[in-house]
Design a protein. Structure first.
Length: 245
């Protein structure tokens, strides 16, 4: 069987880099997107290449459609096709709603919602022509239940759930699966601003009494990209330790 290619946005760190490791270990070729963490992306690409993986690191701001299109074109040129899209890049910001500026709001929507739209738009012509493809969007539990002091983040992540469900209906007849992974509290840089006390509090609010690991989220993403989930589309799967049930 010929090798498949996955495009992972935000592959330089955290959940995206754990996805890159897992997909590489399963024989996938990888378009590894990063934006500001060039060294981390280069180090990861080097390490995976040493292990035999075919990796194309690509710097692109996912909130810019031209850059996203160039990245997808580069991936298709190098590997022939993008079989799987993992739209994972994201930012977080904690602010009272009354402190969120129009610029904060726009940036959150751009990096989260616009980016997912741009990535789907860019990979879909190829997937539609092959009548095959898997799209996984990374949302959050806060997109399911809402978070105080993260209204723009929660609203943007909720939009990804709506995008998943509607796009899955539209693309089902073309044999393209669209699903969403909505992680709970995961041990990555995104939570590095939290104090030890806050982290302990979040663990206590989680029935399994621990944070999730990026690798555990990557396993869920990989399942939704694999043939084992061929009859699953339009779903939100939430690795969250029971935080949201
Ligand atoms: P992270 O370690 O902070 O990684 C974020 C990634 O997004 C980085 O690779 C970063 O790339 C990339 N990124 C940010 N802005 C970008 C842009 N404009 N263009 C391209 N890439 C961009 O965070 P993480 O925890 O792994 O988060 C990954 C995803 O999971 C996010 O969508 C996040 O919202 C979601 N999530 C995380 C948690 C959690 O508790 N950690 C929970 C639920 C959902 P550079 O550093 O190269 O710029």
């Amino acid at each position: 069987m010929s090798k498949k290619t996955v495009l992972i946005t935000g592959g330089s760190k955290g959940i995206g880099s754990a996805c890159a490791e897992l997909f590489a270990s399963k024989g996938y070729r990888i378009v590894l997107n990063y934006f500001s963490s060039e060294k981390q992306a280069a180090d990861l690409a080097f390490r995976l290449s040493r292990q035999g993986a075919d990796v194309l690191p690509f710097k692109a701001d996912v909130s810019d459609f031209e850059q996203v299109k160039q990245m997808v074109e580069a991936g298709e040129r190098r590997f022939g096709a993008i079989d799987v899209l993992v739209s994972n890049a994201g930012i977080s910001e904690q602010k009272l709603f009354t402190d969120i500026s129009p610029e904060d709001w726009r940036r959150m929507m751009a990096v989260t919602v616009d980016a997912a739209f741009y990535c789907c738009r860019a990979v879909l012509p190829g997937m539609l022509s092959r009548k095959k493809g898997k799209i996984v969007l990374v949302s959050s539990i806060w997109g399911m239940v809402g978070a105080s002091c993260e209204v723009h983040y929660s609203a943007a992540k909720a939009a990804l759930i709506g995008l998943t469900k509607s796009l899955a209906k539209e693309l089902g007849p073309s044999n393209i699966n669209v699903n969403c992974v909505a992680p709970g509290i995961i041990d990555t840089d995104m939570n590095s601003h939290l104090s030890a006390e806050d982290l302990e509090d979040l663990k206590q609010q989680t029935p399994l009494r621990r944070l999730g690991t990026p690798q555990q989220v990557a396993e869920t993403v990989f399942f939704l990209a694999s043939e084992k989930s061929d009859f699953i589309t339009g779903q939100v799967i939430s690795p969250n330790g029971g935080f949201v049930i």
